[in-house]
Design a protein around this ligand. Structure first.
Ligand code: HEM
Length: 525
């Protein structure tokens, strides 16, 4: 009897505590979404019954009319911000309150997790200033031949398929293999062939990071809901064998290059300079055009702290992680949309033919292709590979024109993909219309002109926007240009001509739920 009474009392106490925790927002004057017992607003995320985008899209429409609304990751308050102006403030004007990504790792135990994305405060800022120098347009121009070599390997692979009567390809996987190649050569300085050899270790260990297994699911859960627990329980970001593989490979590369004074004009060279000198000299001949609002053009003091070996390895690793899924997704969705929109594909091919009938693809020619730029931007609008952005409020923040205060330590989520698909922001948001990015007066893409993240933020914005944005844009355009100059693509599954692509419900980066098959046909000259 005593036991039953105790159980009843515990249940009542738990219920009361539950109601108390799940009324945090109301108690602090905010509106909140209805929160369910124990789960808060995270039941669908925990049970993985819809994709991240769909779950946050539901929140977005439930909170329509509000600029922000309180939600709960289990019992942890999380503010969903949907107002474009407030998002802009968080990214730029009030960045001083929102500079961190709300994840943390124990880098002592997990050296590969000491990467830029997880760093906080001044430590992040110091490294960001130095790493930014490795992503300037000058450095990309320098690396372009390596990118081009990799795109040639992919084109040869497609051609081999056509020559052997196998003209249908699953591009999600193929682009992941291409990106593994690309990053292994530009960030690690290794010439792998993941395209022809999917059993290549570099690709296999890359895939392992994103596999849908129990361990990765638990990690994704903690990463989303209780990032601090990852460090408390010493959960490593990457599986043990992936850690060992990447640390060993970076050690060998660094030792070899240092011993033999070997340079390859790639990120690894630049990272080694950061390790040995603490800085990378700025490009003298290049004007950086789209970085004006950040501190990335700050002059580098020569006394900057040098990178340790582990910090160097972690940066090479995060370039790999960040590019592997996101870049592949951007390329895959763009090619799928071109395949389902033959007129747009033809218009893009006409633009490419004008330039590439008589010359091979160069960095300079590529960045001047406006329609190609618009196609990529439109793919990133409709399918932002990172559908939800998150930040941590690092000091109490009074929301402008209100008496409401977001407390230090609160995480903030921004449903970028829902904004990108909101009919109040974009006309016919579910249609693929590259022209919406074309400024009819100048022929320039709108992003170049506006520099505004208010309605378009596939790379985030402000000082913490994606550091690999330029590389992503150049490499994606290169691959689409190289493929479309030679081949025309069509959908094997005709249903996708009128149905939307479904998304993988277990993946945080946006990914189709199956590898959409596309048929390549050689174009006639
Ligand atoms: C289409 C491809 C890509 C997309 C859509 C993308 C998107 C993003 C987004 C949304 C963020 C978070 C920004 C924020 O919080 O405001 C981010 C951060 C980051 N991205 Fe990318 N990314 C892409 C490709 C790449 C590539 C190719 C690299 C490196 C080679 C890269 C490296 C990083 C790093 C290191 C960060 C962390 C930056 C920091 O915390 O300071 N990304 N990316």
């Amino acid at each position: 009897m005593g036991f039953i009474v105790a159980l009843v009392l515990i249940a009542i106490a738990w219920y009361l505590l539950d109601r108390y925790f799940l009324s945090y927002w109301k108690r602090n004057g905010f509106k909140q979404l209805d929160a369910t017992f124990l789960f808060g607003n995270s039941r669908k995320l925990i049970t993985q019954s819809a994709s991240f985008y769909e779950i946050f899209d539901e929140f977005y429409y439930k909170s329509k009319g509000e600029k922000f609304i309180g939600t709960y990751n289990l019992y942890k308050p999380s503010l969903l911000v949907t107002d474009p102006q407030m998002i802009h403030d968080i990214f730029i004007k009030d960045f001083g309150y929102f500079h961190d990504h709300a994840i943390s790792f124990d880098t002592e135990n997990d050296p590969l997790s000491g990467f830029l994305f997880s760093m906080t405060g001044q430590k992040w800022r110091d490294l960001r200033v130095r790493l930014s120098k490795t992503f300037t347009s000058g450095k990309l121009r320098w690396m372009f031949p390596v990118m081009k070599q990799n795109s040639d390997v992919l084109v040869n692979y497609i051609q081999k398929g056509l020559d052997t009567n196998e003209p249908v390809f699953g591009f999600s996987e193929l682009f992941r293999r291409y990106n593994a190649n690309l990053i292994s050569s530009v960030a690690f300085g290794i010439d792998n062939d993941c395209i022809n050899n999917p059993n290549n270790d570099f690709y296999k260990f890359g895939v392992k990071n994103f596999e849908n297994n129990f361990r990765n699911n638990v990690k994704q859960f903690l990463f989303t809901f209780m990032p601090r627990l990852m460090s408390i329980f010493k959960i490593k970001f990457a599986p043990e064998d992936v850690n060992e593989f990447f640390l060993k490979i970076v050690r060998e590369i660094v030792d070899y290059r240092e011993k033999n004074n070997y340079n390859r004009n790639d990120f690894m060279d630049l990272l080694i300079q950061l390790k040995n000198q603490g800085y990378v000299p700025a490009d003298k001949d290049v004007v950086d055009d789209d970085e004006k609002e950040t501190f990335e053009n700050e002059t580098e003091p020569k006394t900057m702290q040098k990178l340790t070996f582990n910090e160097l390895a972690a940066q090479a690793f995060v370039f790999f992680l960040a590019a592997f899924e996101t870049n592949s997704a951007a390329m895959t969705f763009c090619l799928i949309e071109l395949a389902r929109n033959p007129k747009i594909q033809k218009k893009l091919q006409d633009e490419l033919d004008e330039v590439y009938k008589t010359q091979d693809i160069t960095y300079e020619s590529l960045i001047n292709l406006k329609y190609l730029e618009c196609c990529m931007l439109e793919a990133l609008r409709k399918y932002p590979p990172v559908p939800i952005l998150f930040r941590e409020c690092t000091k109490d923040y009074k929301i402008p024109n209100t008496d409401l205060v977001v407390r230090k330590g609160t995480d903030v989520k921004i449903p970028i993909m829902s904004l990108h698909r909101d009919p109040e922001i974009y006309d016919n948001p579910h249609d693929f219309i590259p022209e919406r990015f074309l400024d009819s007066a100048t022929g320039n893409s709108k992003l170049d002109n506006q520099k505004s993240a208010i309605f378009f933020s596939p790379f985030g914005d402000g000082p913490r926007h994606c550091i690999g944005m330029r590389m992503a844009r150049v490499s994606s355009k290169l691959i689409i240009a190289a493929l479309l100059s030679k081949y025309t693509f069509s959908l094997e599954d005709q249903r996708l001509n009128h149905e939307d692509v479904n998304f993988d419900i277990k993946s945080f980066p946006l990914r189709p739920d199956h590898d959409v098959q596309l048929r390549a046909t050689l174009r006639k000259n």
